[in-house]
Write a protein that binds this ligand. Structure first.
Ligand code: EPZ
Length: 423
């Protein structure tokens, strides 16, 4: 297995181009199942999750043509017909988003058999909200040997679906299903992450009728069929937030290029509170930090527009050397503190109290061999290593490759000493 080595202590200076968002690219690719025409997606990040989903779509009947460009790949996805409605365990267990094919398969073929999902080990991550929503739309659902068997012999019907909690994946799945359902579907308490809006905009370009994009109530009037479209994937606010935190940790002057500040404003305002310079201007965000120590700052993870759970680990890494005590509260996932014990290897002082972590800032971190436990936790280890004294080795970097496009290249272009040892 590949390893990443980082020699800490270099300031970061330069421009980092932000890639297309993984968490938009994946559902956008799945939307290709809704039409027999070609869906062309530009600004696709180069990630293993994209390749894994491409494999699944191929099994279901999608022809996936990929071409490389200087700013991400272009995918042309064409599904003339669905040749299989079975999404097998071997693929669905690798990334959770593959489970979302359930919505389009059921909408287009009236039947689907989809393995229960896998994904990062950050909590129980049930799928009850997806299933209840589809049942409200008239689907019959059974769980058999680890698979969801769903049928809607008379087609899906519009319904009013109020989710008790906000779920990104359930919103994606029900939104896609509703585009081809008979009548109007109203999704109340829907997720309104920028990636949901991006998918909704693409669906509209494909002929879907959706109102309320960007709000927590989505109204979808089902149509007979969707057609092809071309869509540019929104920038990855989590990648941008990660590099903003990396620059804050290492010090220096970094401009994040191609991302709108309002998509990760909650993270930027916490960085400002901690003493980081943040200057946003027309698709660029400049992050500066002089030599002064940062101030401990508290965060509570929330659904959008709150502080994203996908930046919690990275922010905790930043707080390990801040002055004072920072309280990090995780409200979205019940087991998303796996990085705490790895950060301790650098000399961080963190104690856990249920859904809270108390980070007592220390003067300095020292390099250590560490292990990536999930995607965003891996990024936290990279951030700690950038500031730690000595050479850190990060094991199990396949987690990073799932969600960060050319991470070593982007960081070394800004002066970081980071390299990959191929297995
Ligand atoms: C998406 O996961 C993202 N994944 C996650 O990013 C992100 O952390 C998460 O949303 C929250 O923002 C992708 O977009 C591919 P949820 P998802 O359904 O859809 C509970 C990353 O690192 N819940 O919004 O799986 C659930 O257990 C990944 O890129 C139910 O109880 O998240 C959790 O506590 C990790 N029942 C909460 O809702 C359900 O049926 C929010 O989960 C569904 C969810």
């Amino acid at each position: 297995m590949d390893k990443i080595h980082i020699r800490g202590g270099h300031r970061l200076n330069g421009i980092i181009p932000i890639s297309g968002a993984k968490n938009a690219a994946l559902p956008l690719m799945i939307a290709a199942l809704l039409t027999d025409e070609t869906l062309k997606l530009t600004n696709i990040p180069r990630l293993t999750d994209v390749r894994t989903l491409g494999k699944l779509l191929g099994v279901l009947g999608t022809d996936v043509q990929r071409s490389e460009g200087p700013h991400g790949d272009t995918l042309a996805l064409t599904t003339p017909e669905i040749v299989s409605t079975l999404a097998p365990y071997e693929i669905v267990s690798q990334i959770r988003a593959t489970f979302w094919v359930l919505g389009p398969l059921l909408a287009r073929c009236r039947t689907a058999k989809v393995s229960l999902p896998g994904g990062c080990a950050i909590g129980a991550r049930p799928v009850d909200l997806y299933l209840k929503g589809l049942q409200k739309m008239g689907a019959e659902i059974d769980l058999v040997e680890g698979y969801v068997l769903a049928k809607a012999p008379d087609g899906l019907k519009g319904a009013v679906i109020r989710s008790p909690i906000v779920s990104v994946g359930a919103t994606h799945t029900l939104l896609m299903a509703a585009t081809l359902a008979d009548g109007e579907t109203v999704l109340e308490n829907a997720a309104r992450e920028p990636e949901i809006s991006d998918v909704a905009r693409c669906l509209v370009a494909m002929g879907a009728k959706i109102e309320g994009i960007g709000t927590s109530t989505l109204r979808i009037e089902g149509v007979e069929r969707l057609h092809g479209a071309t869509h540019h994937v929104v920038a990855d606010r989590i990648e941008a937030g990660t590099y903003a935190i990396a620059a804050a940790m290492a010090g220096g002057d970094v401009t994040l290029d191609g991302v709108e500040a309002e998509t990760f404003e909650s993270a930027l305002s916490v960085l400002r509170a901690a003493g980081v310079g943040v200057d946003a201007h027309q698709g660029q965000v400049r992050i500066t930090r002089n030599g002064e120590r940062l101030q401990a700052t508290d965060i509570v993870t929330q659904v959008f527009p709150g502080f994203p759970t996908d930046l919690q680990a990275q922010f905790m890494a930043l707080m390990t050397t801040a002055e004072g005590e920072s309280e990090v509260t995780e409200t979205i996932f019940e087991n998303r503190f796996m990085h705490v014990q790895e950060l301790a290897r650098f000399g961080a002082n963190i104690s856990l109290h249920g859904d809270k972590a108390l980070v007592h800032g220390v003067e300095r971190l020292t390099a250590a061999p560490v292990m990536a436990s999930d995607l965003r936790a891996s990024a936290a280890l990279v951030i700690a290593a950038l500031a730690a004294e000595g050479e850190t080795t990060i094991n199990r970097v396949y987690h990073l490759d799932r969600g960060f496009d050319r991470l070593e290249e982007k960081l070394s272009a800004c002066g970081a000493e980071i390299w990959r040892a191929k297995a």
